[in-house]
Each structure stands twice: as C-alpha cells, then as structure tokens.
Design a protein around this ligand. Structure first.
Ligand code: ZN
Length: 484
C-alpha cells in the first residue's frame, strides 16, 4: 500500500497503527460467531472432498490471525503445473482490507491457475513463514523450482528460510503492475488472461466492501467454479479439432496433435522463424558440435550446442529452459541432423493435451477425486445447446423428425443401461468404503504473538475456541522440475 502512494510517511500513519487498526477490526469481525461459521464452512468443504486443506494460525488470545486453504483442484494443479509459482500479496486494496495472498501460475492452456490462497493478518516474516509451511504441507512437501514475487524483504526472508533451494525472482509482471498504480492487479492481470470481466468486477466489488469471511469464501468458490468450467470447456474444445498447421512438416503436425492450442501456436511461431535460420559458423568436434545460428533479418546470433551421443540440443537463448518449448535455433540444428520428429525429451507433459491425465495424491496420500458436481454441470451445459439446435433442425421436416424420434428411444435405452450399471457399481463402492464422517481437525499450526494490542480489551465470542489443534509440519525432499 505504502509503495503505491509514495511511502509510508505519506500515509500519515505508522505500520503499528495499521496493525492496531487491523487488530480491532479483527476483533469486530470475530465477535459474531464468525470463527464458528468459518470452521463450519471448512468442515463442509472437507466433507464434500476430503482433499480440501486448510490451516489457521491463532494468536495468544486464540483469535484467528492467518488463514490458508487449498481445494482439491488447486492441489492437483500445483502437482502438475507448480514447477514455477508466482506469489502475490498485492490483492489488498487499502488499509481496510485484509490482504488476500495467492499462489498462481499457468496451466497447460497457459491460463493462470490458483494453487492456494490465504487471508493474512499482516505481512511479516513470521506470517509468510507460516504461510509457506502450510502451503507445502498441503502440497505434500513439493517445492517449486522458481518463485516469482514482488519486491518485499519479508517475503524474500521467508522464502530463504522455507525454500532455500528455490530460485527466487522478482516478477516483471508485478513490477509493471505496481508501476500502473493500480489497486488490484490480480483482477486486472486476469482480465487479459482468463477471467471474464463480470467475474473480475464481482470479486473486486466484494473485496472492496466490508465483508464477512464466510461470504468471502462463497464468492471465492464461485470464482473458482467459473475458472474450472472455462478450463473444462477448453479441454473439450481441444479434442474437437486440430489447430491449423501452416507448414506441412512432420514435426509441426506432430506438435499439433500433442500440444494444447496456445502452446502449439507458440511452437509454430518458432518453427516458422526457423525457416529463416542459417548456420553462420560451425565447429564439429567429437564430443560436441557447436554452431552459431542466425535468423534472417534478426540482429542477434545464438550459440547452439549439439551432443551427438546423447542427442541433446541446447541454445544460448535458453527458451526451452525458460518456457519449455524448443527455439528456432534448436530447430535449425535438429534439421541439420536430419531429425524430423520432435524427440520425446523435448515434449514437456505439462504443455500437452494429456497434462491432466495423472492421478495426484493429497497430503494424506489419498488419490484426489475430481469435482464431480462441477463435471455434471459442465456436461449438462455442453449437451443442452447442442440438443436444442438438433431439435430445431429435426422439427423442420417429417423425415428428420421421425429419425430424431427413433434415435431418441434408442439413445434413452442405452443411457439407461449405462446408468443402471454405474449405480450397481456405486452400491458396491459404498459398502466397501469406510465411514466418511472422519474427525475434522483444525490446523492451528502455531500460535502467533499478539502484536500491537496492549491495553485493549478483546471481544471474544463463545465460538472462537478452536475444537482441536494439529501440530507439525512436513519437511520432504525438494523435487526439482523443469524451469518454465
Ligand atoms: Zn535459441
């Protein structure tokens, strides 16, 4: 906030004042049984999907300070696409609102996905440390290769403590957005990526109004549903038709089948550029070959190394290391070597149509089940307009009408059979499963020191007491992935 308006001094109040303000606001927020409602909300989520994760940090007076959560979809997405993460706390708008922090990055459609979210009481090293530990507990210990953040010493310190082997970079995106003096860059940033304008304003309005926490979660859930629906639609569309291939080369046709449409376009751009590539210099030793590759009309040359034994190509532009697709310079050398099909090692699964064909385990080692509720809605939304269109056409003439009628009876019978079979299987499943009424635990992972509240009388409701505490954190080996 201070950064956006030209320094803290210019605001006319100190950081401590802000904390005091937030503390008294928090007391007000929690006095009406909100804590109870919040836990009920979390319990409901976990009952619907046991892979839902949440953690709450309490202060010395057992008041909620920080809240972190990740639903099943976020955990799956992080497992598949969390090699690079952007961490953002700039979603708060001004002093009246609790900062909303998010872990985000791209899925295989190159659209932003949320890996986890938190409502924070403050932005101290302690808070970030707690948050990162909770995040990795939810994600079974998997650390990202690279994390992008805005420039903030507290975040940087917490990163060095919790994920010392993760490469920490400042995000141009953040720097750019801060320079825009905007209020809520997540919302604006997403306008250009994947969130519809209406959802943006929906959440934005909500964040900017005096909210109660439970309502916030309900709104947030709707936002996630909308994102998920859009992704399912994307998945459906990409299986319907292949993108247009500009050059009839085996590699490009192969890429059109493998990659998601957005990635294919990026791949194709590089492939087109390679048409203007030529080798300027070459040194072909036994162990490695070295080429200087130039692109016609482009000033900068690049050095490409080819290892003929391992069939590894690497370029000084480091496009593959950064983005995960080969560059025009590497294509040139593969072509010189007469390699016409993209080698397996240069196809990253995370950019392919099959990126999500993987079973992911949650923090308890359970296979995560998809959001079946949403899938049903999505199928319904797809089929509805298709069949309405078909009915309109079939009604045009007697012959088409008879055909539609006959097919309807046949189709109904087949669908009935499928559902009957499924329901028998389901009965068996239910009998085999244990009771789902498991004990819900509240992860009050650590107690936070009370800050800036001397001499104040706190307002405490009978619902504030947490029911159960869960201790501990997970420290698992760091998993390294391709940097994207
Ligand atoms: Zn290159």
């Amino acid at each position: 906030m201070a950064r956006q308006v030209g320094g803290r001094d210019a605001l006319g109040y100190t950081k401590q004042d802000q904390k005091n303000y937030n503390y008294s606001k928090r007391q007000k927020e929690q006095k009406c049984g909100e804590v109870g409602s919040l836990f009920k909300y979390f319990q409901k989520q976990r009952k619907e999907n046991p892979s839902f994760y949440y953690a709450v940090q309490l202060d010395a007076s057992k008041l909620i300070t920080n809240i972190f959560w990740a639903d099943a979809q976020m955990i799956v997405d992080y497992k598949l696409f969390g090699d690079v993460v952007s961490f953002d706390t700039t979603y708060k708008t001004n002093k009246e609102y609790r900062p909303l922090a998010m872990f985000v990055r791209f899925n295989h459609h190159r659209e932003s996905v949320i890996f986890g979210a938190a409502l924070l009481y403050d932005e101290t090293i302690d808070t970030f440390q707690w948050l990162f530990e909770a995040f990795f507990e939810a994600m079974s210990g998997k650390k990202p290769n690279t994390i992008f953040t805005e420039q903030d010493p507290a975040t940087a310190k917490a990163i060095s403590l919790v994920m010392p082997n993760t490469y920490h970079r400042l995000c141009k995106w953040h720097l750019m957005q801060n320079a825009l003096k905007g209020v809520n860059h997540l919302l604006r940033g997403m306008t250009t990526t994947q969130l519809s304008e209406s959802i943006n304003s929906y959440l934005k309005d909500y964040l900017q109004s005096g909210y109660d926490i439970v309502k916030f979660f309900i709104h947030f859930e709707r936002l996630l549903d909308a994102k998920c629906y859009k992704e399912l639609k994307g998945e459906y569309n990409l299986r319907q038709k292949l993108p247009k291939v500009k050059i009839a080369s085996p590699m490009l046709i192969q890429a059109a089948h493998i990659y998601t449409p957005k990635l294919f376009l990026k791949f194709q751009e590089q492939y087109e550029e390679f048409q203007g590539a030529f080798v300027k210099e070459r040194v072909e030793r036994n162990a490695t070959h070295e080429y200087i590759v130039s692109i016609y009309g482009k000033p900068k040359d690049h050095r490409v190394i080819w290892n003929p034994f391992e069939k590894i190509v690497s370029c000084s532009c480091r496009k593959f290391e950064r983005i995960g697709i080969l560059c025009s310079h590497a294509f040139k050398i593969l072509d010189v070597m007469d390699i016409k099909v993209l080698p397996e090692k240069y196809i990253l699964k995370r950019w392919t149509k099959d990126a999500k064909n993987e079973i992911v385990q949650d923090f308890n080692g359970r296979d995560i089940k998809a959001d079946t509720k949403l899938e049903v809605t999505t199928r319904y939304k797809f089929l509805g307009p298709m069949y309405v269109k078909l009915i309109a056409l079939a009604s045009e003439c007697e012959e088409a009408y008879e055909l539609a009628l006959g097919s309807y009876n046949e189709l109904s019978k087949k669908i009935d059979d499928i559902l009957r079979k499924k329901s028998n299987l389901y009965q068996v499943d239910i009998n085999q499963e244990n009771s789902s009424d498991e004990m819900i635990t509240i992860s009050a992972k650590s107690l936070k020191k009370k800050q800036g509240c001397k001499g104040r009388h706190r307002i405490k409701s009978c619902l504030e007491q947490p029911k159960k505490k869960k201790k501990g954190s997970i420290h698992q080996p760091i998993q390294t992935n391709q940097c994207l």
